[in-house]
Design a protein around this ligand. Sequence first.
Ligand code: IVH
Length: 676
Amino acid sequence: MTVGNRPIALRGAAEQRAAELRAELRHHDHRYYVLDTPEVSDAHYDALMRELAALEEEFPELRTPDSPTQRVAGMPATTFAPVTHRRPMLSLANVFDDGELSEFDERVRKLTGEAQVTYVCEPKMDGLAVELVYEKGRFVQGSTRGNGVVGEDVTANLRTIRSVPLTLEGAGLPQLLEVRGEVFLRTEDFKRLNARQEEAGDQPYVNPRNAAAGALRQKDPAVTAARPLSISFYEVGEVDGRAFATHWEKLAFLRELGLPVNPRNRRVEGLQGVHDAYAALLEDRHGLPYEVDGLVVKVDSEDLRLRMGAVSKAPRWAVAYKFPAEEAETQVEDIRVYVGRTGALTPVASLRPTKVGGVVVSRATLHNQDELKRKGVRIGDWVFIRRAGDVIPEVVAVIPSRRTGEEREFVFPTTCPECGAPTAREEEGAVIRCTNEVDCPAQMHQQLLHFASRNAMDVEGLGEELAGQLLRARLVRTPADLYRLSREQLVALERMGEKSADNLLQAIERSKHVTLRRFLYALGIRQVGEATARTLAGSFRDVRALADADVERLTQVKDVGPLVARSIHHYFQVPTNRALVEALLAAGVAPTPPEEVSGGALAGKTVVLTGELSAMSREEAKAEIERRGGKVSGSVSRKTDLVVAGEAAGSKLKKAQELGVKVLDEQGLLALLQGG
Ligand code: IVH
C-alpha cells in the first residue's frame, strides 16, 4: 500500500462501516419504535449512533439526508391516525461523563456570552414522549412523538391516565396550550403488570418503558386503562397568549394548572450546580418509584434558549447526562444450578464478563426452572442482562438474531446436583428444592454462612472459603459445632495462621452474647427474615417457647400469616433442627429477649411510606421510624397505623383513604420525628 492511496482506502472502509451502522440502526429503530421489542440495550444503540456520528464528522460527504443521525427518531407505527406536531418534538443529545458535560457548559457559555448559566435539572424519566393539546383548557388531542414531526393520535388512550386533567383549572388559560411530557410506568405498577402477564400466560415486558409503550399503543383504550400509566410534564409546544421568561416559571405554571410536574426538578447555578444535582439523583436513583436513566440539563432562560437554537435533531440548550448503563449484552458460557440455604435450586448463567453500570458482571440469575424455560436461554446464547442497584444481575432475554445454531439446550437436573437427593417442586410457586433436609453439603455450607453473617450471629472471619474448609475437614457439620472448635484444629487447616485462629475463636466466643432476634434470624427458618425474627423475638421472648408454639398460636402474631406460621412450625418439628437449638444453648449461646419498647414515639406502629419524599431518602425515613420503635411495611392493610404520603403518591394513598388509615404528608412526618 502506498502513502498516496491510504486516505482512499480509509475512506472506503469508513463508507462501508457507515453503511453497516445505518442498516443496523434502522433495524433497531424498527424493533424499538414499531415492534416495541428491542433486542439491544440503549447503551449499545447509543454506541452505534455515536460511532456513526463520529464517522460522519470525519467524512462529511457520508452524511446523507437519510442517515439515522439526521432525523429525530424512528418511524410511527401505521395503526394510529397520524398527527403532525405544530412544532417538531426534538430529542436530546447525550453526554456520558464529566468531561462531556463540561464541554456542553462551555459551549453554552460561549454561545450566550454568559459567565455562568442557570440550569434546570430534571430526572430523565424512562418512558415515552407525548404531546397533549388543550384548547381553552380542554384536552382535545394527544399524540406520541413518533419521528418528531409526525406522531400517532393516542388521545383516547391518554384520557385513561388518571393524572391527565381533562380540563384545566385557573385564571388566564391560554387559548391554545401544547404540553409535552413523559408517559411511564412506576416500578411497582410495572411489577404488578408483569405478574398479571405471567398469570395469564403472556410474555412479561422487558422493562417499564416497553410496557408503557405497549400500553399507550393499544388499539383498545380499555386495555390501556387497565395498565396504570403515569405522566409527568416538562415542556410546552405552541402556546397562545402566554410567554415565559424562564423554564422554571413555565414548570410552575404547568403545576398551577393541575398538570403533574416532577417534584425532583431543581434549579441550579452553573456547572457545579449540575454536578451536585447529578450526584444527588444518582444516589437516590433506586429509591425513586420510577426508573430514571439520567439527568436532563436545560438552560433556564428562554431568551438564551432562543439565541442558541437547535442543530438537526436536538436543541443546543439542553442535554441528557446519562447514568452508567445498567443493561448490557453478553454471552452465556454455561448454566449452573446452585443449591441455596433452604435447598432451593437456582439456575445461574455464567457469563462472558462484561461491565454493567460500572461493575464487571460474570454471573446472572435465571431465577428458577420456569423462568429459564420461558426465556428459552441456551448455553452459548447472546443475552441481554440487567443489573438494577444492589439486586443480583438477571438475564432479561435472549437475542435470537445472534443465534448461530451452535447453542446447546440446558437440561434441568431432577436430582440435587450437590447430594443426589430427589428434588421436589413446592406446592405453591415455582421453586424446586433438594429434599434432603439433613446433610446436603450445599445447604450445610449456605446455612453455616448465613448463621455467621453480619446481621445474624456476626462471626467475623467466617467466610465462604473457611466455611468450606471446616465442612470438608469434618470439623463442623452444624453451626453448633463451631462452639467446640479448638485452636489446634484450626491451626492445622491450610492457610490458617495462629493469629487468624485466635481471632476466629474470639469472634465465636463473642457471638454467644446475641439478641434473640438475631439468633432466630440466624437459624435460617424459611420465611423468617429479619423483620419477622424481630416480631417473633418480641412476642415469644424465648426460643423454646417459639419452638413449642402451634400454628394457631403463631398466626396470632402480628404480620405472621398462615404460610409463615406453617413454615416456623415445620422447622421445629424436624428433630435435627430442635437438636441444633438445644446444642447451641448447651454450648453457651445465650439469646437475650428485646427490652420492652415503650419510649419510642412510634412504638409498635406499622407505617407505610409512599410517594416521593424530598427532605430525606426512603431508607433514611425507614431508619428514623425504626429508631422510634415503628415498623415500615410495603403495603397498606387494615393493620397499618399510619401512611406517609410524599409527592405524587398513588394507589397506596388511595387505599389508605378507603380504609380510613391515618395519613401524614412529609411535613407531618418530619414534625412527628422531631417531636419524638
Ligand atoms: S425534554 C427538547 N425533559 O428523553 C427537549 N425529555 O432523549 C425535549 N425525557 O424525547 C425533551 N425526561 O422522551 C425532556 N425531563 C425531561 C425528560 C425527557 C425524559 C425523554 C423524552 C425525550 C427523550 C430525549
